[in-house]
Ligand binder design. Structure first.
Ligand code: HEM
Length: 504
């Protein structure tokens, strides 16, 4: 593609200094031809403004949550400023968030967004959801991994702990997942048999909670009837009150915009839910907690609060958003995609022979179409749409066509939903193309859902999602399970309307 050549020129110099060189170095797309100097780009003042004090942030907040919604909020400003980099305010803001500074520099193309991964020039202290930070009472008065910058010694310890948990969990991951998927699809099947449509939100959440507890924390929810039945609801409430001030809800506007987003919520509202989860992890996840203490030098409390955050916020929260978009992409398709998926899944499972007929990480790695569908869903619906980082020092930021001077301390805000539709990298960027990533491994250099490229590696010195590979493989297993069990699945992002079982 012609555009990728100019893309490579823009990215190469920037990428070479990044702390994740492997992320881009293997790709033909991003290699500057030897001896060809990168073209010099014009230095441009960052367009846009923060408006009048108080009024500017309020007006931007109303546009973001109410009149426009996030996607059109950012799109309209790209058109207005003829730039993918500009100044704006993002919520939350005045009147009740007096200590939150809503001013950001928005980064809305692949080239500028990639600066968010360069830990030499940006820091990620307390900016998980922007300048607003939910009270640390929600995390047991502990700043958990996601709030820590790589310069803080505890980041390396906790990230190491998270990576270790995942490595150990790989022994039970697929079996626990398959066992709980059996229950989930049995429930959905029974509901579809009774009526014409079955909402799958609750069965999905129960599946996620039980499978992730066992895999990540090593804790069996069936040891506690209360946690088994309502652990997912405890997590939902805790998550909702933590992030409501910055979460876009399209329904019931302007009421949600005005009332739900005007203040931070006190931890007291979910203290009971959190305490139940804490006690459960402390008792049933004892082995993981003790490893956190003995091998990673964490205090007992630090290990437990981080385990709850990883389980609840990162894993359960992430998959709760992601999997319905994946079900929708597959179950609402009318182009023959299901037939192709079914064929690939069954062929690959059979060709494995012996025990490989069972689903495994290895078997789904062979399924090129399944992987491409998963990547394409992550591209069009990145589950964590906003990423933030603060400039560690003054530096020049590159978009595709300009340079911009960034000052130390400025908050950078990338909106992935638009970045992942960058027309300079992705042909027909708005279209769901299930084949897009087949035989195009270089495109994975620009798939950023995990706060880093899909070709990168999460480590103690970066802020990429610890489970970058597990998330993609788990989604592949989810799709493969569907087509092992069913010939066809009809539905959307909230309900299943018809199921045709595979012939025995
Ligand atoms: C669909 C599911 C998931 C999505 C979409 C997701 C996405 C992300 C994103 C975007 C970040 C970076 C946040 C930021 O700093 O801006 C992140 C960080 C993180 N994720 Fe995930 N994640 C998912 C599942 C998981 C799972 C299963 C784990 C389990 C171990 C996990 C562990 C972490 C950790 C520990 C971090 C913090 C990394 C650091 O501070 O260096 N995530 N995740």
């Amino acid at each position: 593609m012609a555009t990728t050549i100019s893309m490579s020129m823009v990215l190469t110099t920037r990428v070479m200094s990044a702390s994740q060189p492997s992320a881009f170095s293997s790709s033909s797309i991003s290699q500057q031809p030897a001896g060809v100097p990168a073209p010099s780009l014009p230095l441009r003042a960052i367009p846009g403004s923060y408006g009048w004090p108080v009024l500017g942030p309020i007006s931007d907040r109303l546009n973001y949550f109410w009149f426009q919604g996030p996607e059109s909020f950012f799109k309209k400003r790209i058109d207005k400023y003829k730039s993918t980099v500009f100044r704006t305010n993002v919520p939350p803001s005045f009147p009740f968030f007096v200590n939150v500074n809503p001013n950001v520099v928005a980064l809305l193309d692949v080239a500028s967004f990639s600066h968010l991964f360069d830990m030499d020039i940006v820091e990620k202290k307390n900016v998980l959801v922007g300048d607003f930070m939910p009270s640390i009472k929600f995390t047991g008065d502990t700043r958990v991994c996601a709030y820590l910058d790589t310069s803080e010694p505890s980041h390396a310890k906790i990230k190491g702990f998270a990576l270790d948990i995942l490595k150990r969990s790989s022994r039970v991951w697929v079996d626990e997942m398959a066992k709980n998927l059996d229950t989930m699809w049995d429930t959905i099947e029974a509901a579809v048999a009774k009526g014409s449509s079955a909402s799958y939100f609750l069965p999905l959440q129960k599946f996620l909670f039980r499978f992730l507890c066992k895999s990540i924390v090593g804790a069996d929810p069936s040891t506690s009837p209360q946690i088994f039945d309502s652990g997912h609801i405890n997590l939902d409430k805790w998550l909702a009150f933590m992030v409501l001030p910055v979460t876009y809800i399209s329904a019931l506007q302007p009421l949600t915009g005005i009332f739900a987003h005007s203040w931070a919520y006190p931890f007291a509202l979910v203290r009971g839910d959190y305490t139940k989860l804490y006690k459960f992890v402390e008792k049933e996840g004892k082995e993981a907690v003790e490893r956190g203490e003995a091998e990673f030098g964490l205090s007992r409390e630090e290990a437990i609060h981080n385990l709850i955050f990883i389980l609840g916020f990162n894993a359960f929260g992430g998959f709760t958003i992601f999997l319905p978009t994946l079900v929708n992409a597959v179950a609402s398709d009318t182009t023959g995609l299901q037939e192709r998926l079914r064929k690939e899944v069954r062929e690959k499972l059979q060709s494995g022979g012996g025990s490989e007929q069972r689903l495994s990480f290895e078997s789904v790695k062979q399924m090129e179409l399944v992987k491409s569908v998963v990547y394409e869903t992550l591209r069009l619906n990145p589950p964590v749409p906003l990423q933030y980082a603060r400039a560690r020092k003054d530096f020049q930021l590159k978009s595709h066509d300009s340079l911009f001077q960034i000052k130390k301390g400025e908050l950078l805000c990338g909106y992935q939903k638009l970045v992942m539709r960058d027309p300079k990298v992705f042909d027909e960027p708005e279209k769901f193309d299930p084949n897009r990533f087949m035989n195009r491994p270089e495109l994975l250099n620009y798939l950023y859902w995990s706060n880093g490229p899909q070709t990168g590696s999460p480590s103690e010195s970066n802020k990429q999602c610890a489970a970058k590979d597990y998330v993609a493989l788990t989604a592949c297993l989810f799709v493969a399970y569907m087509f092992q069990r069913y010939d066809s699945v009809t539905g959307n992002s909230s309900s299943i309307t018809a199921l045709q079982k595979a012939a025995a």
